[in-house]
Design a protein around this ligand. Structure first.
Ligand code: URA
Ligand code: CA
Length: 441
C-alpha cells in the first residue's frame, strides 16, 4: 500500500477500497505518513467526494484508530447527544440533567469551542473547580452512581480525527460532507453510546448554511450510526440566530441554570426539550415524542433537573452553590449596553460573525494555546422578528475593558440587521431525520 497512489486515485475521482481507507486513517493516526500527503488526500476528498460506502469505511477506520469505549457496565441504554456546533447553544447543560432525571443514563463526551462555535467543556470549566478530565473508570462509575457525566474526550479517542481536524482547520477542508460526517460519527462510535441524537444546525451560524445540505448531512450521519448498530436520530435545528440570548461561557451556564430553575423559557428550552425528547424516544424510554417532552417538563418543573445538575457539578469537583446563586460565576469587569441605531424590526443576524465576536472578546481561542476568559460575552435583548426602537438596548456586553466594549458594540451593530418592514421569527425545528425517513416541519 502506498499513500501517493491512494492520493492519485482520489485525485482522479476514483472510489477508494476499504483497505486503502484503513491504511490512510491508521497511518495518519500513527504519524507514519507526511502531513502534506494527508492534506492532499483531504483536499482530494473535499473536491471529489466519497460515496456512502467509502464514508462508512472512513468513519469506522477513524473510530478504530484509537480506543473504543465499552459502556456495557452501565445499566440501561447510555444515550448521547451531539451538535454540529452553534452560537449561544447550551442545550447540553439543560437536556443532559433533564434526561438523566427521567432515569436514562447520560454518558456524554463533549468538545471545546471550535472557531466561532462554543464548546460545552469550556462552559463547564467556568464553574470553579469543575473537572472535565475523568478516567474511563471514573466516568462509568459516575454514570452508574448518579446517571450523568459530561467529560472531555479521552486522550486516545479517534486519534485519526485529531490529526485530520488540525490539518482541515488550516487547509480550507472543513466544509466537506464526508469529512464532517466521519469526524463527528467516528468520535460518537468510539465513545460507546448505544443511542445517539444528533443536532444538525442549519443557517448563518451553522457549518451547513442551506436546509438541503443540512438534511443530507443528517441522513449521512444517521446511516453511518445505524450501519454500526447504534440507534440514531437527528433533528435539524435553526442557527440563523444564536439559540439562547446569552453568548459566552459563564453567561451560558447562567442561562442554563435560569432555564432549569424555571426562571427562563423560550427557544433554548424549546430546542432542549425537543432534543431531550428524541433522546428518551431513541433510547426506548417512551413511546412518543409528546410523552417524552411531558416527562422532561415534569423533571424541570419539579426541580429534579436542577438537582441532577447540582449532583453532577458536585461529583466533578465544581462549586454546586452556583445552582442557587448564579452571581458566584465569573463576571467581566466592564458591562455596557449597545443601543439600537434605528427604529424597526430585527430582520436577520450574521450568527457566525456574532460567534467570532465572542471568540475575539476572549470567550474562545484564536490559537490553541489561548486561555479563555470565562466572564466575557454578550446578552442579546432582541430576536429575529422583534420590534426595536432607536436607543433601546439591543445587547449588553460583558468585556475586559472599555476599549474592548467599544469594538464589540460596533461588531453587534454590524451583525444585527434592522429593517423597516415587519419580519418573521425563525422556525426552530426544521426536520426530523431517522434511518428510514425525513420529516420536514
Ligand atoms: N465538528 C466536528 O467534530 N468535526 C467536524 O468536522 C465538524 C464539526
Ligand atoms: Ca458551525
Amino acid at each position: 500500500m502506498d499513500i501517493v497512489s491512494i492520493i492519485e486515485k482520489k485525485k482522479l475521482k476514483k472510489t477508494l477500497t476499504q483497505k486503502e481507507i484503513v491504511y490512510f486513517a491508521d497511518s495518519a493516526a500513527r504519524g507514519a505518513i507526511e502531513k502534506p500527503q494527508i492534506a492532499a488526500l483531504l483536499m482530494a476528498i473535499r473536491l471529489n467526494g466519497m460515496d456512502r460506502r467509502e464514508t462508512v469505511w472512513l468513519t469506522r477506520a477513524m473510530a478504530e484508530s484509537g480506543d473504543m469505549a465499552d459502556l456495557s457496565a452501565i445499566k440501561g441504554i447510555p444515550v448521547d447527544k451531539h451538535s454540529t456546533g452553534g452560537v449561544g447553544d447550551t442545550t447540553t447543560l439543560i437536556l443532559a440533567p433533564l434526561v438523566a432525571a427521567c432515569g436514562m443514563p447520560v454518558a456524554k463526551m463533549s468538545g471545546r469551542g471550535l472557531g466561532h462555535t462554543g464548546g460545552t467543556l469550556d462552559k463547564l470549566e467556568s464553574i470553579s473547580g469543575f473537572q472535565v478530565e475523568l478516567s474511563m473508570e471514573a466516568f462509568i462509575a459516575q454514570v452508574q452512581r448518579i446517571g450523568l457525566a459530561v467529560i472531555g474526550q479521552t486522550r486516545n479517542l479517534a486519534p485519526a480525527d485529531k490529526v485530520f481536524y488540525a490539518i482541515r482547520d488550516v487547509t480550507s477542508t472543513v466544509d466537506s460532507l464526508p469529512l464532517i460526517a466521519s469526524s463527528i460519527m467516528s468520535k460518537k462510535l468510539a465513545s460507546g453510546a448505544k443511542a445517539i441524537v444528533l443536532d444538525v444546525k442549519t443557517g448563518s451560524g451553522a457549518i451547513m448554511h442551506t436546509l438541503a445540505d443540512s438534511i443530507t448531512l443528517a441522513q449521512t450521519m444517521v446511516r453511518i450510526g445505524v450501519d454500526a448498530g447504534r440507534r440514531v436520530t437527528a433533528l435539524v435545528t435553526d442557527m440563523g440566530e444564536p439559540l439562547g440570548s446569552h453568548v459566552g461561557n459563564a453567561l451560558e451556564v447562567k442561562e442554563a441554570i435560569d432555564v432549569l430553575a424555571g426562571r427562563v423559557t423560550g427557544p433554548l428550552l424549546t430546542v432542549s426539550l425537543a432534543l431531550g425528547g428524541q433522546m428518551l424516544l431513541t433510547a426506548g424510554a417512551t413511546a412518543s415524542a409528546r410523552e417524552a417532552e411531558a416527562k422532561l417538563t415534569d423533571a424541570l418543573v419539579s426541580g429534579r433537573g436542577l438537582e441532577k445538575l447540582r449532583q453532577m457539578i458536585t461529583a466533578q469537583h465544581g462549586d454546586p452553590r452556583v445552582c442557587d446563586d448564579v452571581t458566584l460565576l465569573p463576571q467581566a469587569g466592564v458591562i455596557m449596553d449597545v443601543a439600537a441605531p434605528e427604529d424597526g424590526y430585527i430582520h436577520s443576524m450574521e450568527t457566525t460573525r456574532l460567534g467570532n465576536l465572542a471568540q475575539r472578546m476572549g470567550a474562545g481561542r484564536l490559537e490553541e494555546s489561548d486561555v479563555i476568559d470565562p466572564g466575557v460575552g454578550f446578552v442579546l435583548h432582541r430576536r429575529v422578528g422583534d420590534a426595536v426602537r432607536r436607543g433601546e438596548p439591543l445587547a449588553t456586553l460583558h468585556c475586559r475593558s472599555r476599549a474592548d466594549a467599544e469594538t464589540a458594540a460596533k461588531g453587534i451593530r454590524e451583525a444585527v440587521h434592522i429593517g423597516g418592514e415587519p419580519a418573521k421569527p425563525v422556525k426552530l425545528i426544521r426536520a426530523l431525520v431517522t434511518a428510514d425517513r425525513v420529516r420536514r416541519y
